[in-house]
Design a protein around this ligand. Structure first.
Ligand SMILES: [Zn+2]
Length: 502
């Protein structure tokens, strides 16, 4: 093992050391070496980088690095991306300095059966496939690695935020996929890697087409054209949005939204190209059922997830159904119709408010989206909800004394919290929330056979029926039809209680 060094081409005099044992980790385009203290890696491109590429990389590690991280709130994004911090040169080779991933992004256990992937990076693909969580499959992941269904909503919120911030800066990732996102269902974290492929305004995009499964249909349909042909479609913000939609669908449903039973050509390669490109069709398209997965073709390891009749995409709830329709029906061949990252973030967050814990302790997913049916049950294990379930519909003051529903509902369960973003419509649930805004304002509890809300910090909580203030530290019972004013401040909401399963 030799310790070598490489000099920064951006910060004069700055030198980075790395250890070379002759066998670097090999990425798609780069050879990767650890620093002696393992706090960063040096990733050398195997191929020579042209002027355009050097310009692009320089902007990524300087101008864009500063605008993302060296500002208020910038720390939040340090966890969401694995962003290169410097560029080095060694002989003729260009390399990037990238901080080492957090410990939680490496498998502690990995497979149940053996140590094959212990210590390896938790690439998203391990968690986007039904096989690796199938109890009959010998190389499944250990339960301690998997998290529960709610974890994947929290993870995809972070991915959506990462994509949202890139797009707000005019950048596109260009190769978003479950290979370029590391996720940890245990800490519910995600980090977007391979940032060096970013599409920077004003410079040619990198010559990558993306990762199979995530390439947008229009990119595949034009990939036979010469690279600089004006009709050739390249990676951009809208192709990122296709990849983001595919990723969210896969993390929640463990199957691919476009890989169904329809055959578009007899030649396999041509069939793949058409089925993911020009002829792409959502497997759950409600009006065109020709690409439904054929049950006899689904691998037994993928069941029941591969069977869209057993676990249809509607189990993700109304907000996400709307966005999946927009991404995979309307927007599949009309890129400008695709939902943007902020819409995904908001729909995922609102869906978590519709979730209920499953009462079956052996349930594999532990959480499900309440479907508003008369006999609600967990779609994963079939366990029915026992007893009563209160839900709160949020209303805002449209004009003086005219209250309108916000299309936002909060399901109540024992020890569920209420937050400031439920109380006041001027508080948005996003990455900009302050520590104070993340503190619950109260919680719900089932007490003496009654559902109660315990008011911890709401100074002007009022029971509108009884025209009575609910002081701090006291409780109010949730009964069917009850209306509570959560705050008399501007933007303060009213919630209307419905008790189901009476
Ligand atoms: Zn269940």
């Amino acid at each position: 093992m030799t310790i070598k060094s490489a000099s920064s081409i951006i910060n004069p005099g700055k030198v980075y050391q790395y250890t070379d044992n002759g066998e670097p980790m090999r990425g798609g385009m780069k050879d990767v070496y650890f620093s002696p203290d393992k706090s960063y890696v040096v990733a050398f491109y195997r191929d020579k980088q042209d002027f355009n590429s050097r310009e692009r990389l320089t902007k990524i590690v300087t101008q864009y690095y500063d605008s993302f991280f060296n500002r208020e709130g910038g720390d939040y994004y340090k966890n969401i991306y694995s962003w290169p911090t410097d560029i080095v040169q060694q002989d003729q080779k260009i390399g990037l300095i990238v901080p080492t991933y957090n410990k939680n992004f490496f498998f502690k256990k990995g497979y149940v059966a053996n140590d094959g992937i212990r210590g390896k990076e938790k690439q998203g693909l391990w968690f986007a496939s039904a096989k690796f969580r199938n109890k009959q499959f010998s190389l499944r992941l250990d339960e301690s690695e998997l998290g529960n269904w709610l974890s994947y909503f929290q993870i995809t919120v972070k991915i959506a935020r990462g994509v949202k911030r890139l797009h707000a800066a005019g950048l596109a990732h260009s190769d978003l996929s479950y290979k370029n996102v590391l996720i940890d269902p245990v800490s519910k974290d995600a980090t977007i890697i391979d940032i060096d492929g970013l599409v920077v305004p004003g410079l040619y995009p990198p010559d990558v087409i993306g990762t199979a499964d995530f390439i947008a249909p229009e990119v595949l349909a034009t990939k036979h054209l010469p690279l600089r042909d004006p009709l050739r479609k390249h990676a951009n913000r809208l192709t990122d949005l296709h990849a983001l939609a595919v990723m969210i669908y896969m993390y929640l449903l463990y199957r691919h939204p476009l890989k169904g039973g329809k055959v578009n050509a007899l030649d396999t390669e041509m069939d793949d190209l058409l089925s993911m490109g020009e002829k792409a069709l959502f497997v759950e398209n409600p009006s065109d059922v020709s690409n439904r997965p054929k049950i006899d073709q689904i691998s037994k390891w993928s069941l029941p997830w591969g069977d869209t009749t057993k676990l249809p995409y509607t189990i993700t709830g109304p907000y996400l159904k709307t966005l999946f329709d927009q991404a995979f029906i309307k927007g599949l061949h009309h890129p400008d119709q695709r939902p943007n990252a902020d819409m995904w973030e908001q729909a995922l967050l609102k869906t978590t408010d519709l979730m209920e814990p499953c009462s079956n302790v052996n349930c594999e997913q532990k959480w499900f989206v309440f479907d508003n049916s008369t006999s609600p049950k967990c779609p994963f294990c079939g366990t029915h909800i026992k007893g009563t379930v209160p839900m709160l519909d949020l209303y805002y003051e449209f004009k003086t004394d005219i209250w309108k529903p916000e299309n936002h509902r909060l399901m109540v369960y024992s020890n569920q919290y209420l937050f400031q973003w439920h109380v006041n419509r001027h508080t948005h649930r996003n990455e900009k929330l302050s520590a104070e805004q993340k503190i619950p304002v109260g919680y719900f509890t089932f007490h003496n056979q009654k559902w109660m809300f315990v008011n911890q910090t709401l100074a002007s909580l009022k029971d509108l029926e009884e025209n009575k203030q609910i002081p701090l530290g006291s409780m109010v019972e949730l009964t069917d039809g009850k209306k509570l004013l959560l705050s008399k401040e501007d933007g303060g909401r009213v919630v209307v209680v419905t008790i189901t399963n009476k």
